[in-house]
Design a protein around this ligand. Structure first.
Ligand code: ADE
Length: 247
C-alpha cells in the first residue's frame, strides 16, 4: 500500500486519468491511495492568487511559495520530514525504472506539480526533497509528469498488474528491451507470425525471445548492453551477428 499526495492547480486532470486506468482498479481494491489536492484551496487572498510576476523582470509567471508550503504542511502535518517530496521539473534528475523501484518501497510520496514558468526557488530549496524530470523536453506543467511517475510506481505494487510476473519481465526491469509480441491470426495480410512461436516448443521459444530481445536492445539501445547480465554465449551471439543488425 502506497499513499500518493499530488499537489496541483489542475486536480481534475490528475483524478480523471487514474479513475479510468488500470490504476483505477487498484484504487478500488485499496492497493494504493491517491489524494489530489488543489493548491488554490490554500490561498488566503480574495483572488486566490497562486502565481506572480518574477522578481527582476522578464516574462512569465512564477508560482508563489505560500500556498504550496501551506498545502503540503497542512496535508502532511507531523509526517513532514519523513515523506519524500518530489518536485516535477525539467531540471530534475531523469526518471528511470530504478527510481520507480526505489519509490515503490516507500509508504507515502508527495508530488508537487509546477505550472507557468516555474515555482519559486524556495519551494525547491526548502520543501522538495527530490526533483524529477521525465525526459529532456519541456511540458506545460508537472501534471503529466506526476501521472507518469505514479503510473510507473503503481504497476510495481504487488497485485496492481493482473499477471503477477509482468512487471519483472518487461523492458527495463531486466535492462533489455522486450522481444516482439504476436497474437492471432497466424497470418495477417500475408505477414506470418514466426514459425517458432507456433511450434509449441517452449525451450526454443524462450531462446528465440531472448535472442530477439538482445538483438533489439543492441540495435536500438546499445547503451543498455554494458549494464545487462549476459552470458558468455549471449555475448558471442551478439558478436557473431552484424553491428548493423536491425534487431
Ligand atoms: N515540467 C515540465 N516539463 C517537465 C518534464 N520534462 N519533467 C518533469 N516535469 C516537467
Amino acid at each position: 500500500m502506497i499513499r500518493f499526495d499530488v499537489f496541483t492547480l489542475f486536480p481534475d486532470v490528475v483524478r480523471s486519468y487514474f479513475e479510468a486506468s488500470v490504476v483505477g482498479k487498484a484504487l478500488q481494491a485499496a492497493l494504493l491511495e491517491i489524494q489530489v489536492h488543489n493548491i488554490r484551496d490554500y490561498t488566503h487572498d480574495r483572488h486566490h492568487t497562486t502565481d506572480d510576476v518574477p522578481y527582476g523582470g522578464g516574462g512569465g509567471m512564477v508560482m508563489k511559495p505560500e500556498p504550496i508550503f501551506a498545502a503540503v504542511e497542512s496535508v502532511l502535518g507531523d509526517s513532514l520530514g519523513s515523506v519524500p517530496i518530489l518536485l516535477l521539473t525539467p531540471q530534475g534528475k531523469r526518471f528511470t525504472h530504478d527510481m520507480a523501484q526505489d519509490l515503490a518501497s516507500q509508504p507515502r510520496l508527495v508530488l508537487l506539480c509546477g505550472r507557468y514558468e516555474g515555482v519559486d526557488e524556495r519551494v525547491r530549496l526548502h520543501l522538495a526533497t527530490e526533483e524529477i524530470s521525465i525526459g529532456d523536453y519541456v511540458l506545460t506543467g508537472g501534471e503529466l509528469p506526476s501521472m507518469v511517475v505514479i503510473d510507473a510506481v503503481a504497476r510495481l505494487i504487488p497485485g496492481v498488474l493482473g499477471d503477477a510476473e509482468a512487471a519483472s519481465r518487461d523492458s527495463h526491469a531486466r535492462r533489455l528491451l522486450e522481444h516482439p509480441h504476436f497474437t492471432r491470426p497466424a497470418e495477417f495480410r500475408g505477414w506470418r507470425v514466426p514459425d517458432v512461436l507456433l511450434s509449441g516448443d517452449h525451450a526454443r521459444i524462450a531462446a528465440w525471445r531472448r535472442e530477439q530481445s538482445l538483438r533489439r536492445t543492441r540495435a536500438r539501445r546499445p547503451d543498455l548492453i554494458p549494464g545487462a547480465a549476459l552470458s558468455e554465449a549471449e555475448r558471442e551471439m551478439l558478436d557473431r551477428t552484424s553491428e548493423d543488425d536491425p534487431g
